[in-house]
Structure formats: structure tokens, C-alpha cells
Design a protein around this ligand. Structure first.
Ligand SMILES: NC(=O)c1ccc[n+]([C@@H]2O[C@H](COP(=O)([O-])OP(=O)(O)OC[C@H]3O[C@@H](n4cnc5c(N)ncnc54)[C@H](OP(=O)(O)O)[C@@H]3O)[C@@H](O)[C@H]2O)c1
Length: 297
């Protein structure tokens, strides 16, 4: 297997760049949110390198249409992350395929809902971005390959999490809802989940989190594209560049043994203080287990 030098990967690298020379023939990977943005590009490039991609979207129809549009012979599955029963059913379907899962890219997400939305008693960004993926991943673990990788797409916006990191006393942020605080809490939860998971996985399996960069995608559907006019164009990534860090973590041999780490621009990066707090990560893990148990009861 020939690979390009991972130390040279950075802001401008694309998902194709970071997998040049990497063969994923015989590998099976899961990508959530395969029908849009950087998830769709991740799906395309992992398949281009030979992986069988299990692509999930809110509906099976959306997932099938995305794979068809990409010309990929993958497996489309429904996974509505704000419905824990759907995420659990997706996990059962994945395990039922009987294939070892080499990587699962927890990519789907929503951002900065202008008004507080609560579903099943939970704030919708935390429910979708974190609880949905927690439900899915913890139930797919029995099928994770011996050297399987869990890749959790977080955001630099995890820095906007509320005081204390996770507002356990007011998890739905009823008293202080702010769109970016709520998104930040959910994205901090993504990093803490990867951190806790890394501690639990047997040697060989890995879990990492990442910030993909700032990319013009459908993610701004709730706040409008106007936000991009306030961002220095030089700090924007293309979709191809935005998909690079998660594709690297899912596929590149150089990070096969790296675990419990946060990446940005295809390199390790120190996240916020809260994101490095193991006690916070453990508390979130146990709270998430309780939440999922109640929601699936
Ligand atoms: N774009 C950025 O600048 C940026 C920056 C930092 C982090 N991120 C993170 O990158 C990830 C991908 O975002 P993107 O920029 O590619 O955005 P995107 O184009 O909006 O894609 C998001 C994906 O998530 C799916 N999704 C949303 N809610 C869902 C739900 N309840 N159940 C299942 N799937 C759901 C969407 O499905 P539908 O199309 O059906 O809605 C879509 O496939 C997100 O986790 C985001 O937080 C992005």
C-alpha cells in the first residue's frame, strides 16, 4: 500500500488527497448523513477507494437516492437520529448485515436552531447530534472490526458550550437557550463521547473526534447563508476539503492506532478544557445511557 505523507496534510487537503494510494477494498464503512454536504463527499471518496459504504439518511429513500446520485453500489439505510428507536433499528440492521464494520463516521447533524426545540423531552441538537449517535454507535459495537474506527464529527463551535460544559441541571437549556450555546453543548458532547468511548474500546479499536472546518453546506438551513459574508473567505473550505479530516480518520493507515484525540485540518489539535475533562466525559456517558434507556423503554 502506498500512501502520501500524512504530516503534510492540512487545511487545504481534500478527502481524495488524504486517501491517495489507500485501498479500502474489502472494508465496510458507515457514514451518517450520506445525502448532503461533507457526509456525501466522505461517502463518495470512501467508496472511490474501494470501501462498501453503508450510507444512512433520515429516510431510506434519501440514502438510496444519494448513493444512486454518487453512482455507488452501497447499502442505504434509514437513520432518523432524533428518534432513538430509529437509531437503534439502524444499528440492528447494520449488525444484521453480518459484516465487520471497519469505520463508522458519525457525521449527520443540525446547527444553531433559532428557537429552542424539545423532542421526547430533550433539546433537539443534543438529541440529534449526540444522543442519536450514542444510540447508534453503542449498538453497532458488537460488529465493529478488531481494528475498527469510530469517527465523531464535532465542531470548533464546541467552544461555545455553556458554563460547566454540559448543563446537566438544565440539559434542555430551558433557562438560557441560545442557538450557538445549544449547538456548542451538542458538539462538546460529541468530543466527550469519543473520549469516553476510546477508554472503553478494546485495544485495536479507536474513537476520535474532529472539527471539519467551516464549509458552505446545507448546515446553515436554520440561520441562512448570510453568516458566510461575515467569514474571511480564506478561512472557508470547499466541501472536498471539509470532508478530509473525517475521511483521514476513517481510512488512513497513519492514524490506525490513534485514539481519544481531537483533530482539525487533518492534524491533532487541543480542544477546549471541558473537552479534555474525563470526569465530565464519564458523567455524560452515564447520563446518555440513562436517557437512551428511558427513551427506548
Ligand atoms: N459545514 C460546516 O461549516 C461545519 C463546521 C463544523 C462542524 N460541522 C459538522 O459537520 C457535520 C456535517 O455537516 P454538513 O456541513 O455536511 O451539513 P449538511 O449538509 O446540512 O449535512 C447534514 C446531514 O445531517 C443530516 N441530518 C440532520 N438531522 C438529522 C436527523 N435528525 N437524523 C438523521 N440525519 C440528520 C442531514 O439530513 P437532511 O439533508 O435530511 O436534513 C444531512 O444529511 C455536522 O455534524 C456538522 O455539525 C460542519
Amino acid at each position: 500500500m502506498t500512501t502520501t505523507d500524512p504530516t503534510t496534510f492540512g487545511f487545504s487537503s481534500t478527502a481524495e488527497d488524504v486517501t491517495a494510494g489507500v485501498s479500502l477494498a474489502g472494508k465496510t464503512v458507515v457514514v451518517t448523513g450520506c445525502n448532503s454536504g461533507i457526509g456525501m463527499e466522505t461517502t463518495r471518496v470512501l467508496a472511490l477507494r474501494g470501501a462498501h459504504v453503508i450510507g444512512t439518511a433520515r429516510t431510506e429513500e434519501k440514502a438510496r437516492e444519494a448513493l444512486r446520485a454518487l453512482g455507488i453500489d452501497g447499502t442505504p439505510l434509514a437513520c432518523e437520529l432524533s428518534e432513538p428507536r430509529s437509531a437503534a433499528a439502524t444499528a440492528r440492521a447494520i449488525v444484521g448485515l453480518g459484516k465487520a464494520i471497519d469505520a463508522i463516521v458519525c457525521n449527520a447533524g443540525i446547527m444553531a436552531l433559532p428557537a429552542r426545540e424539545v423532542k421526547h423531552g430533550h433539546e433537539l441538537q443534543l438529541l440529534t447530534n449526540h444522543i442519536g449517535h450514542f444510540t447508534l454507535v453503542t449498538r453497532v459495537l458488537p460488529a465493529l472490526a478488531e481494528r475498527g474506527r469510530v469517527v465523531v464529527v464535532s465542531s470548533g463551535a464546541h467552544m461555545n458550550a455553556p458554563k460547566g460544559g454540559i448543563a446537566f441541571d438544565d440539559l434542555t437549556l430551558a433557562a438560557s437557550y441560545q442557538p450557538w450555546t445549544a449547538y456548542g453543548q451538542s458538539k462538546l458532547a460529541n468530543i466527550l463521547f469519543a473520549r469516553s468511548l476510546a477508554r472503553r474500546l478494546p485495544s485495536g479499536q479507536t474513537a476520535n473526534a474532529l472539527h471539519p472546518g467551516v464549509i458552505k453546506t446545507n448546515l446553515t438551513r436554520h440561520i441562512g447563508d448570510e453568516i458566510f459574508s461575515r467569514i474571511d473567505p480564506k478561512s472557508l473550505k470547499t466541501v472536498e476539503q471539509g470532508a478530509a479530516t473525517q475521511t483521514l480518520l476513517a481510512a488512513h493507515p497513519s492514524v490506525a492506532a490513534v485514539t481519544g484525540v481531537y483533530f482539525a485540518d487533518c492534524q491533532p489539535k487541543e480542544p477546549s478544557r471541558y473537552a479534555q475533562d474525563d470526569a465530565l466525559a464519564e458523567r455524560l456517558w452515564h447520563e446518555s445511557e440513562r436517557i437512551v434507556e428511558r427513551l427506548l423503554a
